[in-house]
Design a protein around this ligand. Structure first.
Ligand SMILES: [Zn+2]
Length: 129
């Protein structure tokens, strides 16, 4: 059974409880890495400069604490394999549906991989009401 690295665990612990709950269940059936949860000002501006984020601090869902967004990548990492990202998102979403029905989480999620423009495959954020 896959499990989180210390780095993944640390990043995940900076995220909203609902994101943590789904990720902890997902890792039992699918191996992935948690790249980033919370981003402070410096980290957000760095992400912007690197083209990993489209917004400045504090406008990303990564900028509140706990973070309302998480970036996850199938492991081993292969950025070119979009099918694996799509597969990971489907699994995440399926588990999220189950957990919502069981009353274990309340959030709905938005997937950066489904954005029409500038797809952001690793990005999963909590939908604002
Ligand atoms: Zn993100």
């Amino acid at each position: 059974m896959p499990k989180f690295s210390a780095k993944s665990q640390e990043q995940l612990s900076s995220c909203h409880a609902d994101l943590q709950t789904v990720c902890h269940l997902l890792i039992e059936q699918y191996d992935f890495t948690v790249l980033e949860g919370y981003r402070g000002k410096e980290a957000q501006e760095r992400a912007f400069m690197q083209g990993k984020s489209r917004v400045h601090f504090p406008c990303s869902a990564h900028n509140c604490y706990p973070a309302r967004a998480v970036d996850i990548v199938p492991y081993p990492i292969d950025w070119k394999n979009e099918d694996r990202f799509a597969q990971m998102i489907i699994r995440f979403d399926t588990l999220a549906n189950v957990l919502r029905k069981e009353g274990k989480i309340k959030s709905h999620f938005v997937y950066g991989g489904y954005w029409a423009k500038l797809k952001d495959w690793p990005h999963i954020e909590i939908k604002e009401k």
